[in-house]
Every structure is written in structure tokens, then in C-alpha cells.
Design a protein around this ligand. Structure first.
Ligand code: GDP
Ligand code: MG
Length: 494
């Protein structure tokens, strides 16, 4: 669909990857870089996200060599703050992923594709989210002989300026890691500048043909990516250092490029609301609030909203739309700025009565009339039932923190052929243990188990589990849960 650039909304981006690869540090560095380069206003802190306006990004891109620069069409980039796998699985919007784009952070000094990175790749593919790889910690290459070209410099220029043996070390490390990733996940990856060159290659070649005898550019793209169609199927790899900031202009440029070149159609601003509840939080003085990522449309004070609840649909009215105070105005007493309306894409705290049992990860709907209220009540609960449904009469009991993570977990368990008998959201309580213990009575003690992802276990639930012989496995990584399951079943069969 053709639409005007003014109608483009900011893409929503999340950062994921294995623990300790530098996700938090990288986001902090992008923020710091933009605070430095941005004028008054600069980045804005939102609920659960940071907004980087177009002019900040443009200043970063200006640090790149001219042939790599690109103009910026979206109003900015909205980067989800809580980096990491936990949050990513929570991010969904009407069954699809909430993120438009992702940054997968990989540590260049790693020896293999790490588990959470592998899991992230699976989730990104399943939800069809394009991503770039930030090949982080380049400053540790060559036994720390890496010379920082300059703070927040282009990592392409920085790499080219390193001593030959440091460059060699860099390429060797990446080649090794790339081999591992390709072997395990079948991904095609290449340094982003090579891919960009490859896309221009047809033009270059025709130029070369005309001026016979003249040598081509010294750095010709690889054979394998020598045409534009195959270049499109490659993942762009951007070397970065979250310490020196090298590579930050490069990665912001790549995110802009992907937004406007590959996803234009998906980034059109529309009036119809698309919003997801990220978290349900009790705030002193405000009561129970919901943190929402607004992907599309505009929310207004006074709007009638419909949200899925643990005990049925919740219908309420927006009493307030809040974002954090800008950093420079910390003297102001209130913690939040109140808005009459907020326009997508944006992270916002919504004040409304009756949100105590709202389901994290569920969609938020705005109803304009009583008929719509009824429709959305049905839709909201269908979404929850769809995710919570467990079909087997014999199987394990599964719990997760949000609708999105439950869905992700159920998908993995289905792939691993783990039968699921029941599901629930939130903290593991006694009642969940009782339900799981039914498997003992049905003659399947090996299934008397709760697989709990990213949730707490209440003390009385633990006691009850011991009493009834129910195993509770909790883990922050989905793979670990399926491993626990397999080990336990094997043990029971011995
Ligand atoms: P996360 O678990 O992925 O969020 O990782 P963190 O951002 O917490 O970083 C983990 C550790 O790696 C911290 O000690 C960081 O200081 C360090 N670190 C992160 N990025 C870099 C980098 O680019 N270079 C170096 N040398 N250290 C880094
Ligand atoms: Mg972190």
C-alpha cells in the first residue's frame, strides 16, 4: 500500500540475546549517545520504552561514511526498555508480535551460539520479525589491542583502521561463530556493509563493463551475495561496542533502513487502536495501573476500554494517561506527566478502575459504542482462551507470567511433543498444585509436574507440592523447562 511518509509511525524495536552479551549496556549507550547529540527534548522516556526522535538518529547517521548514510522517514525509533528474552516473549499484539524489528545481541568473544540466542532466533522467525545482529564487545578483540577510533564512531571505519592482525583476529572470531550459528540455525549472515554493497553491485558491474580494463573496487562483495535477491535473505551483522559506542551510528542506520525499505507497509499510522498490556502494576497513590504499548491509533482520556481479565473481560474508562517526567524536570513533585491523548507508537501508563486482574500480555481494545463493547469482550476472552487452552487429558501443568510467554512456551512444548493438561498465568498457588496432582490419581505420576516460566512459587504451594508429590520446575529459559521435563520422565520410567 502506498502512503505518505508523514503517515509513517515509529517502528517498535526490542533487544534480545543471551545473558551478559551486553543488551542493557548497549541500550544505555544508545541512550547516552543520543542525550549527548540530541538538542533540548532529545530522547523521551516512556513507560517501558525509550523514544529516539528522528533528528537524534540523523545526527548519529551523519558520523557514517557518505555511501552508508540514509535519510530517515519514520518520526523516530521506539526501543523497548526491558531488554532480554523474558520481555520479548511477552510482546505480542493481537496474536502477532508486538515488535516490528529486533536487535539480536551476540558477543563476538563467545565460542558458540548460546542457548538464549538460539531461542531468540526461533521466536523471531516464528513471529516473522526482521532483525539485525549486533556483534558486540568488539573492543575485546585481539587481546585488547583494539584501538577505539573515536567514541560512537562507525564500526566499519573503526574496523578498517585496526592493525592487520587485529582485523584478522576479528574476522576469524566471527567466521567461527558464524559457522556455529549457520550449522545450528541455518541463518545466512554477512557484515552489513557487504550486503549494502551487494545491493548496489548490479550498478557497479554495469559501470565496470563500460569502462573496460579498469579494475573494480578493491573490496568487492562475496560471490555468494553477488546479487540483490540473495542479499535480501541475509541478516545484517553490525559490529558494536557498548563501551566505546563504536557501531551505534551503524546500527541506528540499519534499523532505519530496514524500517523504510523492508517494512514500509507495516509501519503506516492507522486510527484503529492496536495496544498491548505489558504489565499490571500497583503504584502507590494510583492503585492498580496497566503499562501499555500503543502500536497504532490514539488513546484519549475518557475512552471506554476492554481488557481480558483472569476472571472474565474487564470494561473500564481511561482516567489518566501517564508518561514519566522528562529527566531534566526532576524537581517537579509528580512522577508523571498527564496527557489528554497519546498517539502511536508510544509506551504509556493507563489509569483505569478495576484493573487488578487484567491479563499481562493481552490486547487492549477501545470501544466506541455498546455493541463494540460486547464484540471486544468476546474477542478479548477468545484471545486468552486460545492461549490457555490445553488439549490433552494426560500431561503436565504449565504456568507463565503473561499471555505472550505462555503462548511461546506452549508452542515450544508442542514442538518438543510435551503433552499439556492444564495452564494458568501468574504465581504458582496451591490450587495449581492440586490440579497438577490429578495426574497421580490418573496413573501418570511422571506428569504430576508444573513447568513454570518466569513466575514465582507461593510458599504454601511448595509445601503442598511436597505433600502431594508434585514436581515444580521453574526456569527463566524455555529450553531448560523441556530439559527438566525429559529428565524427569526418563527418571520415572527407570
Ligand atoms: P545483558 O545481560 O545482555 O543485559 O548484559 P549487560 O549489558 O549487563 O553486560 C554484561 C557485561 O558485559 C557487563 O559487565 C558489561 O559492562 C559488559 N559489556 C557489555 N557490552 C560490552 C562491550 O561492548 N564491551 C565490553 N568490553 N564489555 C561489555
Ligand atoms: Mg540486562
Amino acid at each position: 500500500p502506498i502512503f505518505k511518509d508523514e503517515d509513517m509511525r515509529s517502528p517498535i524495536i526490542c533487544i534480545l540475546g543471551h545473558v551478559d552479551t551486553g543488551k542493557t549496556k548497549l541500550l544505555d549507550k544508545i541512550r547516552a549517545t543520543n542525550v549527548q547529540t540530541g538538542e533540548a527534548g532529545g530522547i523521551t522516556q516512556q513507560i517501558g520504552a525509550s523514544f529516539f526522535p528522528r533528528d537524534c538518529i540523523e545526527k548519529n547517521i551523519a558520523r557514517l561514511p557518505e555511501d552508508l548514510r540514509v535519510g530517515c522517514k519514520p518520526p523516530g525509533l521506539l526501543i523497548i526498555d526491558t531488554p532480554g528474552h523474558e520481555s520479548f516473549t511477552n510482546l505480542r499484539s493481537r496474536g502477532a508480535s508486538l515488535c516490528d524489528l529486533a536487535i539480536l545481541v551476540i558477543d563476538i568473544t563467545a565460542k558458540d551460539l548460546e542457548q538464549q540466542a538460539a531461542e531468540s532466533i526461533d521466536i523471531l522467525r516464528k513471529s516473522n520479525v526482521p532483525f539485525v545482529i549486533a556483534l558486540n564487545k568488539i573492543d575485546l578483540i585481539g587481546n585488547r589491542e583494539w584501538r577505539v577510533l573515536g567514541p560512537d564512531a562507525s564500526s566499519k571505519l573503526s574496523l578498517e583502521s585496526q592493525a592487520p592482525h587485529v582485523q584478522h583476529h576479528f574476522h576469524k572470531n566471527w567466521q567461527w561463530l558464524q559457522g556455529k550459528i549457520t550449522e545450528k540455525k541455518g541463518l545466512n549472515m554477512e557484515y552489513y556493509w557487504k550486503l549494502l554493497e551487494a545491493k548496489q553491485a548490479p550498478v557497479e558491474k554495469s559501470k565496470q563493463k563500460k569502462s573496460k580494463g579498469k579494475k573494480g573496487k578493491a573490496e568487492t562483495p562475496d560471490q555468494a551475495i553477488d546479487d540483490i535477491t540473495s542479499a535480501d535473505s541475509y541478516i545484517h551483522v553490525v559490529p558494536t561496542s557498548a563501551i566505546s559506542g563504536e557501531g551505534i551510528p551503524d546500527i541506528l542506520m540499519m534499523l532505519m533502513r530496514l524500517s523504510q525499505e523492508q517494512m514500509r507497509g507495516r509501519l503506516e499510522y492507522e486510527d484503529e487502536i492496536a495496544a498491548t498490556v505489558l504489565e499490571v502494576k500497583r503504584i502507590e497513590g494510583l492503585g492498580v495501573t496497566i503499562d501499555v504499548v500503543l502500536t497504532n491509533g490514539t488513546l484519549h482520556e475518557g475512552d471506554t476500554i476492554v481488557v481480558a481479565g483472569m476472571n472474565g473481560p474487564i470494561v473500564s474508562t481511561i482516567r489518566g494517561l501517564l508518561t514519566p517526567q522528562p529527566l531534566k524536570e526532576l524537581r517537579v513533585k509528580s512522577d508523571y506527566v498527564h496527557h489528554k491523548a497519546v498517539k502511536a507508537a508510544m509506551g504509556v501508563k493507563v489509569l483505569a478502575e478495576g484493573m487488578d486482574h487484567a491479563v499481562a500480555g493481552a490486547s487492549l481494545y477501545v470501544a466506541r459504542n455498546p455493541a463494540e463493547v460486547e464484540t471486544y469482550k468476546r474477542e478479548a476472552m477468545e484471545e486468552v482462551d486460545g492461549a490457555m487452552q490445553a488439549k490433552e487429558s494426560e500431561g503436565v501443568y504449565v504456568m507463565a507470567s503473561t499471555l505472550g510467554s505462555l503462548e511461546a512456551l506452549m508452542a515450544f512444548l508442542a514442538d518438543e511433543k510435551v503433552p499439556v493438561m492444564g495452564t494458568n498465568l501468574g504465581t504458582v498457588h496451591k490450587i495449581d498444585v492440586t490440579k497438577a496432582s490429578i495426574m497421580r490419581e490418573r496413573g501418570h505420576p511422571e506428569y504430576a509436574m508444573i513447568l513454570a516460566f518466569d513466575v514465582e512459587v507461593a510458599a504454601d504451594a511448595m509445601l503442598e507440592a511436597e505433600r502431594l508429590g508434585v514436581k515444580i520446575f521453574t526456569a527463566p529459559i524455555i529450553y531448560h523447562l523441556t530439559e527438566h521435563f525429559k529428565a524427569h520422565v526418563a527418571e520415572q520410567h527407570e
